[in-house]
Design a protein around this ligand. Structure first.
Ligand code: ARG
Length: 578
């Protein structure tokens, strides 16, 4: 299905091809939003580049292009401006028709892709040795938003939670677990942070314990049943903790999405053998490495990807190579997205390069690291508690809900307490998620309670409030027997702008499908709410005469629908009352 932009692109490119004699594939119409409202709604900037190639005057060519555009229902006016821009104004009639269609079939607000793909999204992926902490927040919610958006566009999305459940730490953890009585173990496992600290302390101070822990690592690798059983107990416990956080956050991950590192254990020797067969393996000081020309250290010396240590142990990269192969061959991915901290960027560049070289995935499988920056405290350093400990995710979320409760109480003291708790739960979680999603994901950002819980600016409370406000207008008119209409006729500029903005929802989503920046959707929803507020101020609904009232209420209801769908794509469920 098409967006306005994609339709304009086709119309203008065809005319450009006709006017220039060039093949349509060679042409980029460069359709963008108008840089100023007085220029119209969109503009096509592609003429200049082509005129240069043909040695023609850009404005002359622009005129020929405009002449070659056949009459159509979408465009009302074309104007040539500046050195050869084509300004495009859409037809009000078309906007009316589009809005009416959306009213009847709200699911059409999101245009499905013509050629959907199978997309594997690797996200959240915590290490299970410890509790989930704030460092896992970004990956978990950015990944979740990406998953929701890719699915809404019609792609076949497969979630993969690549949890770290293997490695030397687990020897220490199960040795500690074994040494505790059953009851003591249950108590201690209730807080994995404490459990880990206890185990680590013993490992560092009790030589006998350290010895046992090391032997358990080996036993675990050999598949010793008793060790495996203790390990499984620990893993189940830790996964339970993760699931509680996912549920609290409202992210879509479940136990079915877990494909842990240990899943790939038996594949690891095969990966080494295959790299050997491909003649990619080099022995370096007893370790097995892959050297690729494109990776050099600072001093220009070759930078190896180590895939097997001297002692025969495998590494993080080896598991990732096995995972890539599985995702390509078994899950049949066209595209694999890794939503992981930006600090792992070299790791992924290397793994992707080796995987392609070794033929573990086909050349047309697109591998992308969806990198994100670090969440900082107000002091500009990575977010910590006052005493310098990492902040547990569940504590952070609890605090946000508590703060939201105070806020709701302040704003709405007469609401029943139960109701206020319900609202606070939504607002508190939404505030944390939205403040993160609304930042450009590649930058670091400062976590700040005050702004995220503010009712002003690009925040969750602001958007939730905009939605609830529209609902209250709808409720109020419903009492007078007025329903939002399906026949939309725009009469005022602010109304037209709002309908245009609504019709651009799809374009924003398609762009996000390509480059996976959820902040684009946040920015759009924020602008949409602002456009609505202007409409609401300048186009009276409550006092309008009946036909206009129904139409305007219809536009308001449509705005609410886009807000709801948009917030849902960010993993936020809006409230009807606030
Ligand atoms: N468990 C890793 C960590 O906490 C992240 C894993 C990301 N996914 C991957 N396929 N390497 O750093």
């Amino acid at each position: 299905m098409h967006t306005i932009k994609s339709r304009l692109d086709v119309i203008v490119s065809e005319a450009m091809s006709q006017a220039s004699g060039m093949a349509a594939e060679e042409i980029n119409a460069q359709v963008i939003y108008a840089t100023r409202p007085e220029f119209g709604d969109y503009q096509a900037n592609g003429v200049m580049a082509i005129a240069k190639r043909l040695g023609k005057k850009p404005r002359d060519l622009a005129q020929e292009v405009v002449d070659a555009i056949p009459g159509n229902d979408l465009i009302a006016k074309l104007e040539i401006a500046g050195p050869g821009f084509i300004n495009i104004t859409l037809a009000d009639e078309w906007l009316n028709k589009q809005a009416s269609e959306y009213r009847i079939a709200p699911s059409n607000l999101i245009a499905r892709l013509d050629s959907p793909q199978t997309i594997v999204v690797d996200y959240s992926s915590p290490n299970l040795a410890k509790e989930m902490h704030v460092g896992h927040l970004r990956g978990t919610i950015i990944g979740d938003a990406i998953v929701r958006i890719q699915s809404a566009l019609g792609n076949n999305v497969i979630r993969q939670n690549h949890v770290g459940d293997w490695g030397t730490q687990f020897g220490m953890l199960i040795a500690h677990l074994e040494s505790l009585g059953n009851q003591e173990a249950s108590r201690s496992l209730a807080d994995l942070e404490v459990f880990y600290r206890e185990a680590k302390q013993r490992f560092d101070s009790e030589p006998e314990f350290a010895e046992t822990a090391r032997s358990y690592v080996v036993k675990l690798q050999q598949g010793d049943p008793a060790c495996l059983e203790a390990w499984q107990r620990f893993i189940d416990e830790s996964l339970g903790h993760c699931q509680a956080v996912y549920d609290q956050l409202g992210v879509a991950l479940t136990q079915d999405d877990i494909r842990a590192e240990s899943f790939y254990n038996s594949d690891l020797p095969v990966i080494i053998e295959d790299l050997r067969k491909e003649k990619l393996l080099t022995e370096d000081d007893g370790a097995n490495c892959v050297f690729l020309d494109e990776f050099k250290g600072k001093d220009g010396s070759p930078l190896p990807v180590i895939v097997q240590k001297r002692d025969g142990g495998y590494l993080y990269a080896t598991t990732d190579l096995a995972a890539i192969r599985f995702r390509g061959k078994e899950l049949k991915a066209d595209r694999i997205l890794y939503v992981v901290d930006a600090r792992q960027s070299l790791h992924f560049q290397q793994v992707f390069a080796v995987a392609h070289k070794a033929g573990f995935v086909s050349d047309n499988c697109e591998l992308t690291h969806i990198a994100y920056g670090t969440m900082m405290g107000e002091d500009g350093k990575p977010f910590k508690t006052r005493s310098g400990d990492t902040v547990k995710l569940r504590d952070l979320l609890d605090e946000s809900v508590r703060r939201a409760f105070d806020l709701v109480t302040e704003k709405n003291p007469d609401l029943a307490e139960e109701e206020r708790h319900k609202i606070a739960k939504t607002v508190g979680i939404a505030a944390v998620k939205y403040s993160d999603l609304s930042k450009n994901r590649t930058s670091d950002y400062i976590f700040d309670w005050r702004t995220m819980l503010s009712f002003d600016g690009n925040t969750a409370p602001y958007l939730l409030y905009a939605f609830a406000r529209i609902q209250s207008v709808i409720r109020r008119l419903a009492q007078e027997g007025v329903e939002p209409g399906n026949d939309i006729t725009v009469t005022a500029d602010a109304e037209r702008r709002l309908v245009l903005k609504i019709s651009q929802f799809s374009e924003v989503l398609q762009q996000m499908g390509k480059d996976c920046y959820p902040n684009q959707l946040c920015q759009y929803l924020y602008e949409l709410s602002g456009t609505f507020m202007k409409f609401y101020e300048s186009c009276p609904i409550l006092k309008a005469e009946p036909a206009q009232q129904a139409s305007r209420l219809g536009v308001a209801a449509l705005t609410a629908e886009v807000l709801k769908q948009g917030l849902n794509l960010l993993g936020i469920e809006p409230l009807h009352k606030m």
